[in-house]
Unconditional design. Structure first.
Lengths: 253, 435
């Protein structure tokens, strides 16, 4: 366990019996959990277990069909105003980076602050450059996404999410599309972010990162949370057979 | 592996060939290719000879300068032609300022327009009559003979050798436009504060053009008197400028998740695409007036504009939709995750990527629209094509249809090729295909 001095007792995300179907396929079968402010949760599980879908429901990239999700006191409903309010407080990093290819890296970052937070161009660029410096890639600011490496692109994407000054960061397999050499540079940035006290929900297969950074590890399978525990308990003393199998398989190689 | 480092730098093999080598390799490499080449040469010789003889001996090019006024502006009254020139002056000013402010493509465009203007300014159209009067051998006629001809038959030669009076008097308006273009270019150079004003000016230029062409006071020029290239350009410009945003909205509508909007857009697009343009123009000119209340009559030209716009927008919508489909869903998700609303997501993220991937299709649509304006001649408007037909109705020029149609085709070609050329420039500018 680490870093839990940042955790407060107020939950910032509360999920109650969250269900989601893709047509007839029941992806999420009643997820009930909550995340405290400053908590870092790592979500793992086999593909198709609903872990990505779950974090995507939190900023309404996927609509949940039953149950309630409350983010920072705002309930996610079909009300567009609420959705936009929540999206401003929740940053998201994607597996495929999803940078905007027609904009330079710095414009990728300043777009949100200028168009949503209504910052002036100068202010937004100052903030963007500071963020890029924090990511260690300030020299890439005026290049285009296609001109930099995958690890750098993912760091630009993290900077883009942070530029909105979110209270929560969602990471959807942020290192899965990266070459092995570049994984560590992204994980370093995420580690630094974790130490700064950000609330983080990370879907990842990086078990080393989970063990080191997470306050809690959640294991998803077939749309339910099979097991959730502190990393120490989760890796060394798993309760559930399914979890044991998963851990043995992922740690094998 | 040390031997990697000592590997010598190897140059690519030289594949360049001289022209003679190329000819031997490609045209005369076998006996049958040699025969084919010879046949082709003989064939080309006769084609060119035929074309050359027709162009320089049989064709009566006098029909062009004699009708140039009517080809350009149709039945627009000559004593009010200055209203057209005022419009052109306005556009020159705007173009000059834009070229100064934005450089790049606008600058290139104004250079192109200025060069065409300069050619028309300096080359006397009367030279056509001159050449025609000398006959087929003008290229080989000794200069003394030409001078003699000028002296003996001054009446048949309308070559105005007095360039000063030609340029400063007969073509003072064209000269004025060019001067304005150049002057405003230098005035507007790097004056970024003017940006908003110039953009506003472009928006106002349309109503200004309409008002100016129509004229005010006692002698308004009815739109039925607008014609020739003037009318073609007005119809095409209005069509292009209006169908583009309409097409984008329809494309977004067709992809909308709201059933009503989706249904309306789809029905509209499919209905319009299932009908020939000519029926829409006929409906506009014949059926629409029946349903109009009382004395209210929508202007004929405006009806044609609406018809062309509505027709083109349906095709534009499908072009744009193709581009929208090429934008990955992840782009929308990333924009939403940053908190952008739907309109902002479309405006800043999706449309810029969608449109640049379908520039060729969009410009193809613009070119088609430009040429489709010739169909308005069927509903009684005298656009460039309609004027050409009406000139042929004049007994004096009855036999000259090839000359007239070639000239008209050349004008269409110049404008369409310009659009095509600038679309390629825009693509290069945006770096399409780079990622």
């Amino acid at each position: 366990m680490s870093e839990n001095e940042n955790i407060t007792n107020n939950p910032i995300i509360v999920c109650e019996d969250v269900h989601k179907w893709f047509d007839d396929f029941h992806v999420l079968k009643g997820i009930t959990t909550s995340f405290k402010k400053g908590e870092k949760a790592v979500i793992c599980g086999p593909s198709g277990s609903g872990k990505s879908t779950f974090i995507r429901t939190i900023n309404r990239l996927e609509e949940h069909q039953r149950g309630t999700i409350i983010v920072d006191g705002i309930e996610l409903s079909n009300d567009l105003r609420n959705i936009n309010l929540i999206r401003q407080e929740v940053g998201m990093v994607f597996q495929q980076f999803n940078l905007f290819p027609h904009l330079s890296n710095i414009k990728n970052i300043t777009l949100g602050p200028m168009r949503v937070r209504k910052l002036s161009k100068r202010r937004a660029e100052e903030e963007a450059l500071a963020l890029l410096e924090r990511m260690g890639i300030e020299d890439q600011a005026y290049k285009y996404p296609a001109e930099i490496s995958g690890g750098q692109q993912q760091r630009v994407a993290i900077a883009r999410a942070l530029a909105m000054e979110p209270k929560i960061m969602l990471f959807d397999e942020p290192t899965s599309a990266l070459d092995p050499e570049m994984i560590s540079e992204v994980l370093d940035v995420m580690r630094e972010l974790a130490h700064s006290g950000m609330t983080m929900l990370v879907v990842t297969h990086e078990m080393g990162f989970a063990r080191e950074v997470a306050d809690r590890v959640m294991f998803f399978d077939e749309g339910v949370v099979v097991e959730e525990a502190s990393p120490a308990d989760f890796f060394d003393n798993p309760q559930h057979d399914r979890t044991k199998l998963f851990i043995s398989q992922t740690l094998q190689h | 592996m040390d031997n990697l480092a000592v590997t010598q730098e190897v140059k690519p093999p030289n594949t360049k060939k001289g022209p003679v080598k190329w000819l031997i390799d490609n045209l005369f490499n076998t006996w049958y290719n040699t025969i084919l080449t010879c046949f082709a040469l003989v064939f080309l010789f006769f084609v060119f000879k035929g074309v050359f003889t027709w162009v320089f001996t049989q064709a009566n090019w006098r029909v062009i300068p004699a009708n140039i006024q009517i080809l350009m502006t149709g039945p627009y009254p000559i004593e009010q032609i200055w209203q057209v020139w005022i419009v052109l002056c306005t556009l020159s000013v705007l173009l000059g300022l834009s070229a100064g402010i934005w450089h790049g493509l606008v600058f290139k465009l104004s250079i192109a327009i200025a060069s065409i203007g300069l050619i028309f300014l300096l080359i006397p159209l009367e030279i056509v009559n001159f050449i025609a009067s000398i006959g087929p051998t003008f290229l080989f006629t000794p200069l003394e003979l030409i001078n003699k001809k000028i002296e003996t038959e001054p009446g048949t030669l309308e070559l105005n050798l007095n360039f000063i009076s030609l340029i400063f008097f007969k073509r003072r308006w064209l000269l004025g436009c060019l001067v304005l273009l150049v002057v405003t270019f230098f005035l507007g150079r790097d004056k970024h504060v003017l940006k908003r004003w110039v953009i506003g000016g472009w928006f106002l230029s349309f109503p200004w053009t309409m008002i100016m062409l129509h004229g005010f006071g006692e002698n308004p020029v009815s739109t039925t008197d607008w014609g020739g290239l003037l009318l073609t350009l007005i119809l095409a410009t209005v069509g292009i400028v209006a169908c583009f945003p309409l097409g984008v909205l329809l494309a977004l509508g067709r992809r909308s998740q709201l059933p009503a909007i989706k249904w309306v857009s789809t029905t509209y697009i499919e209905t319009i695409r299932g009908v020939p343009l000519i029926t829409i123009l006929f409906m506009g000119s014949l059926i629409l007036p029946i349903f109009m209340p009382g004395d209210f009559q929508l202007d004929k030209v405006i009806r044609a504009m609406i018809g062309l716009t509505l027709f083109s927008a349906a095709y534009m919508a499908e072009n744009v939709r193709g581009g929208l489909q090429a934008v990955p869903q992840g782009q929308v998700e990333a924009a939403q995750a940053v908190g952008l609303t739907y309109p902002k997501t479309m405006l800043f993220i999706v449309l810029p990527q969608a449109l640049r991937s379908v520039i060729p299709a969009i410009v193809g649509q613009f070119i088609a629209l430009f040429k489709d304006t010739s169909l308005v001649s069927i509903v009684g408007l005298l656009d460039l094509f309609g004027i050409a037909r009406s000139i042929l109705g004049n007994p004096k020029w009855q036999g000259n249809f090839v000359e007239i149609y070639l000239f008209v085709a050349a004008i269409y070609f110049v404008f369409c090729y310009a659009m095509s050329y600038f679309s390629q420039e825009i693509e290069a500018d945006l770096g399409v295909g780079k990622y």
